[in-house]
Design a protein around this ligand. Sequence first.
Ligand SMILES: [Zn+2]
Length: 253
Amino acid sequence: MNKKLQWICAFTALGLTLGGVGIALGNMDKLIMRGDKNSAQVSAAVTPPTVVIDPGHGGEDGGCSAEDGTTEKELNLKVSENLRDILNAAGYSAVLTREEDTLLYDMYGELDNYKGKKKVYDLKNRLRFAGESGAGYLVSIHMNKFPDKKYSGLQVYYSQSSGQSVALADRIQEYTKTYLQPDNERMTKKAGSSIYILNRAEMPAVLVECGFLSNDSERERLKDEEYRKKLSLCIASAIIDSVEADRARTQEK
Ligand SMILES: [Zn+2]
């Protein structure tokens, strides 16, 4: 598919029109031009890898929650759905680890009783699903919370599995700062052993903390569908540019 057409499809998937992009998304149109430029350099003959998007938490595990009752799990799923729709509409294969409000510990029916083991099986199964889906990238979506309400801003953690994880994390952090959060001075971080999904991932993997539910204004933005679309577009564009950079490198060899 022609690159321009891919982006038009992506915006249609978001319920936006190109005519309205400049107004609705501010400098998001620069993001489209960036996508055009980078992708034009590579052939469409190579099938891009599947991107597995993982909405964190679910079901009885709401993740962190805001003062007003907003739960992380619901926002994680909404951002993930937007991301998947943009990538699919732009011609990239993307799937979600969960599409419902549920944990995934019994996804493969391994145990009769998961008492005390739900969390670890949930995370194990997300990774197993990503592996079986042939994930070229795994992108886990989360929200942040901190006792001091002043903190805000997206921050990306990366797996130590490969340099591609670092490159994708840097792109997501950079595009979000450039196009959506100019005051965000956060840096990407290497995941420690406490982030199971990144610690155990064998494919390039990142975890995006999209923002702080403890910060009043950021929480209100995250609850706004239009803001989530912009955020998803930044993340999707970073994923697409990473996939295309990988394809260009492969073709050079
Ligand atoms: Zn979380």
